[in-house]
Write a protein of this length. Structure first.
Length: 328
């Protein structure tokens, strides 16, 4: 007897790009389940016990407790810290050359027998988690917002027993660069500091380039990718959700999108195990584009980021001057 097909939609994006909005909205569409950043259950969930979007600490969340029971006979049978370190080793996080330099190995693990062994061990931990979520959700599409390239590459190119599609979520590079200079409170372990890492605009521009180019490369590898611009999603969410869901053969009807009221959305709490603080909001929310950067990002930084990201800004339909976004 064949195992049931597990469908996963990986949200691929830079950090602080508004991708949590896409994840939350998709989680309200019938046939989809938003699970948050699944690759962080090991450290954020098992070790730091951060709050699930349902309002309970991870260890007390009924849904994630059942996932652990189905996957491993209980989370107590998993060393979350060790699996988290194994995950980080796949992005070369603790080496001088990290993250983008891991992508060739994720495309061809045979280049390094040690890397391939680590990858296989990590996937052996991830597969039961997806299988458990699939079973507990009644076979819905799992929306995984673990957006970093290493995770998305692993899912799309190596997890061949799971049907993976990718939603490439893009935000204007100037807005992303400004988000990286702001102070944002860190969730979880206080020993890592009160705030997330801040980056100068030039470094954010370089990261924005390579992260988005890496996701564009997946299409050249035959991966099924649908691109979503943050600005379009918050301006008119219904057609964007239809387009993304339609890429998986699940185009929602008007009734399926009844939680939308123009730019207002009624959101349930769900069970997003990890992600931005936006996952903790429920009830009716109004979708608004964050345009603080238009007035607050210094003109010199804006020009520099525009120069460094110009080719991809044009590819994605952003204006280089004038209004902050829109088709040229």
């Amino acid at each position: 007897m064949n195992d049931p097909r597990i469908d996963v939609l990986c949200v691929a994006a830079t950090g602080q790009s508004g991708s949590t909005v896409l994840t939350r909205l998709l989680g309200e569409v019938p046939g989809f389940l938003a699970a948050g950043e699944i690759g962080r259950v090991w450290d954020k969930g098992l070790v730091e016990n951060i709050t699930c979007s349902c309002g309970q600490p991870f260890a007390a969340c009924e849904f994630w407790t059942k996932v652990g029971e189905h996957a491993f006979g209980g989370w107590q049978n998993v060393d979350g810290a060790a699996v988290g370190r194994l995950r980080d080793s796949l992005s070369l996080k603790h080496l001088p050359l990290q993250h983008p330099f891991a992508l060739p190995l994720l495309q061809r693990p045979s280049l390094s027998p040690l890397y391939r062994s680590r990858l296989e061990r990590y996937m052996d931990h991830m597969r039961p988690v997806y299988a458990a979520i699939h079973e507990l959700s009644g076979g819905r599409v799992i929306v995984d917002s673990m957006k970093i390239p290493a995770h998305v590459y692993m899912m799309a190119l190596q997890m061949r027993d799971i049907d993976v599609r990718v939603a490439h979520h893009v935000r204007d590079s100037r807005g992303y660069a400004y988000s990286q200079v702001k102070f944002v409170e860190r969730q979880g372990d206080p020993s890592r500091g009160a705030y997330r890492v801040r980056r100068p605009p030039w470094k954010s521009a370089v990261k924005w380039d390579w992260v988005n180019e890496s996701f564009d490369h997946l299409t050249r590898r035959g991966v099924r990718v649908v691109r979503v611009r943050y600005e379009d999603l918050v301006s008119d969410p219904a057609p964007e959700l239809r387009r993304v869901a339609g890429a998986l053969g699940k185009t929602p009807s008007d009734d399926n999108l009844g939680f939308l009221h123009g730019r207002d959305a009624d959101l349930g709490s769900g069970h997003l195990a990890s992600g931005s603080r936006g996952r903790l909001r429920s009830g009716r929310i109004t979708l608004r584009e964050d345009l603080e950067w238009v007035d607050s990002l210094p003109a010199s930084d804006r020009r520099m980021v525009t120069r460094l990201t110009r080719p991809l800004l044009r590819r994605y339909g952003y204006r280089l001057d004038g209004p902050p976004h829109g088709t040229p």
